[in-house]
Write a protein of this length. Structure first.
Ligand SMILES: [Fe+2]
Length: 352
């Protein structure tokens, strides 16, 4: 009975191959032929011993295995190999009377089967074919994975370029309006500080950061005369202002797949808890939480910076006003988180 010494390579070669058969004479014959094809051969006398060899040598490109063996039969061995080493080609050896089992082997993932007695030319032809097929499968998979990675990288790059573009637009919007200079960045920083208090982290926090920065991007489409008007607005002018969330959402639609939270912020940052906001008149929890957070940050920054139609208010007053409108206009939880985050946030101190 063969022992583990059979796990030693019989001869050096380029590709490895495992020969599994309980008859030593058959093994020797197979090994000689496979060595002639350039294989470095390992051998085992049973399925169980073969699995021990595989544990040690790893996944070989080729296994040639007998069907009938003690301890573990060929079919069971094949199934274990397919599960553990899916990239190994397995050629099964069968007697003439076992042809139906041989077909069964193919269904269970064997690369091929050979009928005993085995001829040298037949074995070598089948081995070459099995390895060629394996190489094609591996190559295909490599191309597929490579291609998928490339497509993904390109999609990420396109998104980055798009974001750079809209961020530049946001800067351009502020550059033409002295009153809102720094507004987007401050709103973004306030919103991030507030959201962190509320337990947001990772990509959700990134979404709030970006959404805060871009929340007013739709104002690019609002006429400057309306944006900067010192007095009260006509109905038509008010209608123009109220369009900016929807226009912004349309502008940012390429982000819909990757960053839907950013779009929710842009669309809903002017909604009010009591349903009297725009553009959808959403109420309470119907307003996305990210937008409720940005609304608090937006309201605070609007109050604490000078606008064409009024002077700025001191932060302490603005905080009191946030609390006063919590529950009707603004989300009370977001207001409290903002108030808690406010004094400790370095970014806030920088800008106020
Ligand atoms: Fe806005």
């Amino acid at each position: 009975m063969p022992t583990s010494q059979h796990a030693q390579p019989v001869v050096a070669g380029s590709a490895t191959c495992l020969v599994v058969d309980d008859e030593p004479g058959v093994r020797r014959f197979l090994i000689r032929m496979l060595q002639a094809q350039g294989f470095q051969c390992f051998e085992a006398a049973s399925g169980r011993e073969a699995l021990r060899v595989l544990d040690r040598i790893g996944e070989p490109p080729l296994i040639v295995s007998d069907m009938r063996m003690p301890e573990m039969d060929g079919i069971t061995f094949l199934e274990v190999v397919r599960a553990r080493y899916p990239d190994t080609s397995v050629i099964m050896l069968t007697g003439v009377s076992e042809t139906s089992t041989a077909v069964d082997c193919l269904h269970r993932g064997a690369a091929d089967f050979l009928l005993k007695p085995i001829s040298m030319s037949e074995l070598q032809a089948r081995v070459s074919r099995a390895l060629e097929k394996r190489a094609l499968v591996l190559q295909n998979r490599f191309y597929q994975e490579h291609l998928e990675r490339q497509v993904h990288e390109q999609a990420v790059r396109i998104q980055e370029l798009f974001l750079q573009g809209v961020q530049m637009l946001a800067r351009a919007l502020e550059a033409k309006d002295a009153y809102t200079r720094g507004h987007s960045i401050r709103v973004s920083q306030y919103a991030v500080a507030t959201a962190s208090r509320m337990g947001f982290e990772g990509v959700s926090l990134d979404g709030i950061r970006l959404g805060g920065e871009l929340h007013d991007i739709g104002k690019i489409g609002t006429r400057e005369a309306v944006l900067h008007k010192p007095g009260s607005l006509t109905d038509e002018e008010f209608r123009q202002i109220t369009e900016h969330p929807l226009l912004g959402e349309r502008m940012l639609s390429p982000l819909a797949q990757e960053s839907p939270d950013v779009l929710r912020i842009v669309r809903s940052h002017h909604e009010r808890l009591d349903g009297r906001g725009f553009p959808d008149g959403l109420r309470g929890a119907k307003i996305p939480i990210e937008a409720r957070i940005v609304a608090v940050a937006d309201a605070f920054d609007a109050m604490t910076t000078r606008r064409p139609y009024r002077e700025s208010r001191p932060p302490i007053e603005a905080l009191a006003e946030l609390r006063r409108v919590a529950g009707s206009q603004l989300d009370p939880e977001a207001v409290e988180a903002f108030v808690e985050a406010y004094p400790s946030e370095r970014a806030v101190e920088l800008y106020v």
